[in-house]
Design a protein around this ligand. Structure first.
Ligand code: ZN
Ligand code: ZN
Length: 461
C-alpha cells in the first residue's frame, strides 16, 4: 500500500492525496491551489493520474483548498462517488457554485485582454453549471458511521471540529493479505472554538497523515481573545465611526455572529447596527442553522435559549447590491461583516472605499491574511492602499484579533496525536516548510517516526 501527495506538500493549498491499496485507488481531497497567479495556474494542469483508475473520492471538508477541483475532476472524466459528511455537501453546493461563477468571470476578464492582443480565448477551469452538475456525485455520511465503500475498504468520518461537516477520515484497508488502519486529519480544529465540538479522539492507527498549518504556533487563549474583542468594540463605539470586518463566508462569520449573540450585553452589542453583507455568508449561515446536531453543548444551549444562534435583533442580512450600497450612507454605529476574508475582492472593498480614509473608522481583522493581499497590507500598517486604480489614505484604525483561528496550534496538534495509542508513524502535509519542520521536530521528540513528502513523492504504508 502506498500514498502519493499531489498538493499541500510543503504548502497549505491544493490538498490531494492518492491512496493505492493494491486493489483500489482512492483520492483523499481534491482542492484548489490558491494564492498568487502562478499558484492558481497549477489548477489548469492535467491530473497526474488516469481518472478512470480512481474508485472513489473522499472529501474531508468543504473549504475550496480541499474541495475546489472536484468539478474539474468530474469534467475531466471521473464518474465515481464523492464521499463526504452531509453538511460538507450542503456547504459545497454553495462554495463550488460560487467558485464556478468566479471562474467564468475571471475567464471573461482575461479574454477581453487576450482579444486585444489577438490571442486565443481561455476557457474557465469549470463553469457554474459544471459545479452544479458535480453535486450529483456526492454520497453523504454522518459522523462515526462505519461504511464499506469498496471490497476491503471501510470508511468512517470523525468530527474534526474545523468547520461544519469537517471530518477526520478513518480508513480500514485490506488488500493481498495486508491490513492497514489509515487516519487522515484533513484540517484539525482549534479546541474550545465557538459552535463546533473539539476534534474527535482517534483510538488507534497504523499510519497518520496530519496537517501542520500552525505546527510552529501557539494561539492566544479564548478568554484573552474575547476580552480583546470587547475592548476593540468599546474603543470603536467611543470614536463614533463604523467597524468593517472582512470575514470568510464559511466558519469565521458564523463564529463571530454567535460570539456577538452570546456576549450581547457584555459587549454592548445593542449600540450597533450589524450587517451581514455577503450573499454567500448568508447562505452558509443558513446551512449552519440547519445542522444543530453538530453543535457543541454550549451552542446547543444557546440555540435553545435564543431560538437560533445567529438571530441578533439588530442584525440585517443584506443580499442585494442595492441593500449593500444603502449601508454606505451610514456614518456611524455600523458593524459591517463582508467578504472576501483577505480583502482581495467582494463587497468589503466597496465599504473600504467609503470608510477606510475616515479616522473614526475601524477595521477588525479576524482571519489569516496571506502575503500580497490587501488585508495583509493593512495589517502591516500601509498608510495608503489602491482600490480600483484610486489611491486611498488609510485613516482607519486596524485591529488584529489573532486568537480566532480555525486550526489547531502546535499544542493542539500534539495533544490530539498523543491521544492515539502506540505512537503511530506520521506523514505531515498541509503546512509551509517552517511550521511543518517545527511540528516534525516536536513529534520526533515524542517518539514518532515522521515523513515530510515532496509533491508527487510516493510513500509506502
Ligand atoms: Zn479548511
Ligand atoms: Zn485546508
Amino acid at each position: 500500500m502506498q500514498v502519493q501527495c499531489f498538493g499541500a506538500a510543503g504548502e497549505v493549498t491544493g490538498s490531494c492525496l492518492l491512496l493505492e491499496t493494491g486493489r483500489h485507488r482512492l483520492l483523499l481531497d481534491c482542492g484548489l491551489f490558491q494564492g498568487s497567479r502562478e499558484e492558481e495556474e497549477r489548477n489548469r494542469e492535467e491530473f497526474p493520474f488516469p481518472l478512470d483508475s480512481i474508485d472513489a473520492v473522499i472529501l474531508s471538508h468543504a473549504h475550496l483548498d480541499h474541495s475546489g477541483r472536484i468539478p474539474l475532476l468530474i469534467k475531466a472524466g471521473y464518474t465515481g462517488p464523492v464521499y463526504a459528511h452531509a453538511a460538507t455537501r450542503d456547504l459545497c453546493r454553495i462554495m463550488l457554485k460560487d467558485s464556478g461563477y468566479l471562474n467564468e468571470k475571471d475567464a471573461q476578464w482575461e479574454n477581453r485582454k487576450r482579444q486585444r492582443k489577438g490571442l486565443k480565448p481561455v476557457e474557465p477551469i469549470y463553469t457554474l453549471e459544471e459545479a452544479k452538475a458535480s453535486m450529483r456525485a456526492f454520497r453523504t455520511l454522518r459522523y462515526d458511521q462505519r461504511r464499506r465503500i469498496l471490497p476491503g475498504v471501510h470508511l468512517r468520518l470523525r468530527d474534526a471540529g474545523h468547520i461544519l461537516g469537517s471530518a477526520i477520515v478513518e480508513l480500514e484497508l485490506e488488500a493481498n493479505g495486508t491490513r492497514r488502519r489509515l487516519v487522515y486529519t484533513g484540517d484539525l480544529g482549534h479546541r474550545g472554538a465557538p459552535i463546533l465540538r473539539d476534534p474527535a479522539r482517534v483510538e488507534t492507527a497504523d499510519q497518520i497523515i496530519m496537517e501542520s498549518t500552525y505546527g510552529d504556533r501557539s494561539h492566544r487563549s479564548w478568554e484573552a481573545t474575547w476580552t480583546e474583542m470587547a475592548e476593540v468594540l468599546d474603543s470603536a463605539a467611543n470614536s463614533g465611526g463604523n467597524v468593517m470586518v472582512p470575514a470568510f463566508a464559511v466558519g469565521r462569520t458564523q463564529e463571530l455572529l454567535y460570539a456577538m449573540q452570546m456576549n450581547y450585553h457584555d459587549w454592548g452589542m445593542d449600540r450597533w447596527q450589524i450587517f451581514l453583507d455577503s450573499p454567500m455568508a448568508i447562505e452558509a449561515t443558513r446551512v449552519y442553522s440547519r445542522h444543530v446536531d453538530l453543535y457543541d453543548a454550549e451552542a446547543r444551549t444557546g440555540h435553545a435559549r435564543h431560538d437560533g444562534l445567529f438571530d441578533l435583533p439588530n442584525l440585517r442580512m443584506t443580499r442585494t447590491a442595492n441593500q449593500s450600497m444603502a449601508i454606505n450612507r451610514i456614518r456611524s454605529g455600523a458593524i459591517i461583516i463582508a467578504g472576501s476574508g483577505m480583502c482581495t475582492g467582494g463587497r468589503i472593498k466597496h465599504h473600504f472605499k467609503h470608510n477606510l480614509w475616515r479616522s473614526d473608522s475601524h477595521v477588525l481583522i479576524v482571519g489569516f491574511q496571506a502575503s500580497g493581499t490587501l488585508g495583509r497590507r493593512l495589517v502591516d500598517g500601509a498608510t495608503h492602499v489602491r482600490l480600483w486604480g484610486e489611491t486611498i489614505r488609510v485613516g482607519a484604525q486596524i485591529h488584529t484579533i489573532g486568537g480566532l483561528s480555525a486550526h489547531a496550534d502546535q499544542a493542539g496538534l500534539l495533544e490530539w496525536y498523543e491521544g492515539i495509542a502506540g505512537r503511530p508513524p506520521v506523514i505531515l502535509v498541509h503546512g509551509e516548510d517552517d511550521p511543518r519542520e517545527c511540528l516534525a521536530g516536536a513529534l520526533r521528540e515524542r517518539g514518532a517516526k515522521v515523513r515530510l513528502p515532496q509533491r508527487g513523492e510516493t510513500l509506502g504504508l
